[in-house]
Design a protein around this ligand. Structure first.
Ligand code: ZN
Length: 332
């Protein structure tokens, strides 16, 4: 496979230099609407304090042995790339940013109307925006997206999400960056997503099915991985009621590694370091929902469960490097 560089906030990196990588986190997510109109909600202690706190937490992540974070915050979840640039100037960690749209159905009215108008002219607005984020960069920051995020929920493919997944597939083929998803494993949503990507000609080796760790149904997980796709056990520490606890998530990974699937698994927390989605009262309910949890607690637990050093390296280093290497169309 011909591999290329990986776009990060601080410029391109060789994929094999990315080191230990968390594949699904949210570093800084604030909507322009709240930041402009209700800043006391977006930044309860001010923007500078939010940036300081995020720098401090990322430094802890770096000190815990993580080298790269993939920030999958996209349209609909509201990126703040200038803030990320400011943050990343103060902490020596690679941050890969994403494009795409976060919604289980229709995107915003703005995107819908632009898409309707684009279609009249034979264009696809979603594809054009995703490709521009990857090829031209985001805003005036010079930062390029290195991965495309898309979403389906318990309803599965809907009128809106179908169009967005298809756009993600087209943009991925055109640019060679991977796709990462939010999926509902309880409805086997990853397989439905993969069917659509395959129909659009995406090499499924370039796809990560997110939130797969929310189920312990290893038959489903193996069916996803048998397509060539990678599963993400990406909510370590986010102990929502009704989801597997850490020991169960660890046992699933250990079981799958024992069956030879280590080259199809990545891990993360889905942590939100600063976001206007949540307030401190909410995040306080999940004290382990922080991106140091995997290096400090989960990796030792995986070792204790029998996962080999080679498999840990595969999950934390080699799989992310393989996925994040942009691949020219037809080169894989
Ligand atoms: Zn997420």
């Amino acid at each position: 496979m011909t591999t290329g560089a990986t776009a990060t906030v601080r410029g391109t990196r060789a994929p094999e230099a990315l080191g230990r990588t968390l594949m699904h986190e949210h570093v800084f997510a604030v909507s322009a609407a709240l930041a402009n109109d209700r800043p006391e909600l977006a930044f309860p202690h001010g923007r500078a304090a939010a940036i300081d706190a995020t720098v401090a937490r990322l430094q802890e992540v770096k000190d815990a042995g993580i080298d790269t974070i993939v920030d999958v915050t996209v349209f609909g979840h509201d990126r703040d790339i200038p803030a990320l640039v400011e943050i990343n100037e103060r902490v020596d960690l690679n941050i890969v940013v994403a494009t795409g749209f976060y919604t289980e159905d229709l995107p915003s009215k703005t995107f819908e109307i632009r898409q309707a108008l684009a279609r009249q002219r034979g264009r696809n607005f979603y594809v054009d925006v995703f490709v521009a984020d990857i090829v031209d960069g985001i805003g005036t920051t010079g930062v390029h997206a290195g991965i495309i995020k898309c979403v389906t929920g318990p309803e599965g493919l809907t009128r809106g999400s179908k169009g967005l997944l298809r756009a993600a597939a087209i943009a991925a083929r055109e640019t060679g960056v991977p796709i990462t998803t939010h999926s509902d494993p309880h409805t086997r949503g990853g397989l439905e997503q993969l069917d659509l990507f395959a129909a659009e000609g995406v090499d499924l080796i370039r796809v990560v099915i997110g939130h797969s760790g929310d189920t312990t149904d290893t038959d489903y997980l193996k069916a996803v991985m048998d397509t060539g796709a990678t599963i993400a056990s990406d909510r370590f520490g986010y102990d929502l009621p009704g989801t597997p606890a850490t020991p169960e998530r660890v046992a699933v990974i250990a079981d799958l590694c024992a069956q030879g699937y280590a080259d199809r698994i990545v891990v993360s927390h889905d942590a939100m370091l600063h976001t206007d989605w949540l307030d401190a009262d909410y995040t306080a309910m999940f004290p382990r929902w922080t991106p140091t949890y995997i290096p400090t607690e989960v990796v030792p637990a995986l070792r204790d469960a029998g996962v080999s050093e080679a498999d840990l390296q595969q999950i934390l280093v080699h799989n992310p490097a393989r996925l994040l290497a942009a691949v020219a169309e037809g080169a894989s």
